[in-house]
Write a protein that binds this ligand. Structure first.
Ligand code: SF4
Length: 296
């Protein structure tokens, strides 16, 4: 491990050149006790539904050094995903290429450019990413939905983290207190004072859940994901279209009509969603969603 300190201004400048709209640094310490207690309580309530991975590696999620031994600094990064045009049946975040691939590629580039030692994560490891984004001062946590909202860009951002073995010359502080009280403000019954009850959430049901959709789930506008609470945050007004080509929908996706969705074949599905996060729902899951959406 290098003994030189990581220059926080340099990494922020390079992150900006690579297209990240925010970059903040936090000391790699155990997650604060009150946040850890809320997370344990959320698991006890079974609010994670079938997302069993949330129950695994809980210690690792709360102690970054168990995930990456020797980690000293956590760098939180955000990319704006707000598409210019959009296919209305699909959640805003999933209109373009799979963010895991886009973000990971850009974060690896950042580590290479800065000759950094450590690991990068995009939503695929036990990391409390919203907590680290808040702690590293890149955004606020919204009351509706608990999103991270970046000043000037709003909550339409993807998050990623670098777990680095180097200490930094400067660490950032949160720019606001976490919100207190009821999450969601009545926008959706899935948002409770104790956090998101994934089992009642359209986004969870249409993406993560396997098997038939529960009867009570109503797909309002989208059959993949749900943007209702995202749009309900006052900070959504700050969202602005990204100039990142990878997050724009293809012409073919934009042209799809309800009739086209009804007749979607597996071959068309593969072609339309090559390299897209929508593949997480698999063809059968997407057809199940489309059928319910067309019924309503
Ligand atoms: S994504 Fe939709 S269903 Fe899920 S909590 Fe938000 S508004 Fe409710």
């Amino acid at each position: 491990m290098s003994s030189a300190l990581l220059n926080s201004k340099d990494i922020k400048a390079q992150a900006s050149r690579l297209g990240f709209v925010a970059c903040g640094l936090a000391k790699a310490e155990p997650v604060a006790d009150d946040v850890a207690a809320l997370f344990h309580h959320w698991l006890e309530l079974d609010y994670c539904g079938e997302m069993d991975y949330m129950r695994r590696n809980v210690d690792m999620r709360l102690h970054p050094d168990l995930l990456v031994p020797g980690v000293r600094t956590i760098v939180s990064l955000a990319m704006n995903f707000m598409p210019g045009n959009r296919q209305p049946a699909i959640s805003l975040y999933a209109q373009g290429q799979d963010y895991h691939d886009v973000m990971r590629g850009r974060m690896r580039q950042l580590m290479e450019d800065m000759k950094l030692e450590g690991r990068c994560f995009v939503d695929t490891a036990p990391v409390l990413e919203r907590y680290w984004a808040w702690k590293s001062g890149i955004g606020i946590i919204t009351e509706e939905g608990g999103f991270v909202s970046i000043p000037g860009y709003g909550p339409t951002v993807f998050l990623g983290e670098l777990f680095l073995l180097t200490e930094a010359d400067h660490y950032d502080s949160p720019i606001a207190s976490p919100p207190q009280g009821r999450m969601g403000g009545g926008v959706c019954p899935a948002l409770t004072p104790e956090g998101l009850d994934a089992r009642r959430c359209i986004s969870y049901q249409t993406i993560e859940h396997r098997g038939p959709l529960p009867e009570e789930i109503r797909l309002k506008r989208t059959f993949y994901g749900c943007d209702r609470c995202l749009r309900a945050t006052p900070q959504f007004a700050e969202a602005q279209p990204t100039d990142e080509p990878a997050f724009q929908p293809s012409e073919a996706l934009l042209k799809m009509t309800p009739e086209d969705w009804q007749g979607l074949t597996e071959e068309q599905y593969r072609e339309l969603f090559r390299g897209s996060a929508v593949k997480r729902a698999k063809y059968d899951g997407l057809k199940r969603n489309i059928d319910r959406w067309l019924e309503e």
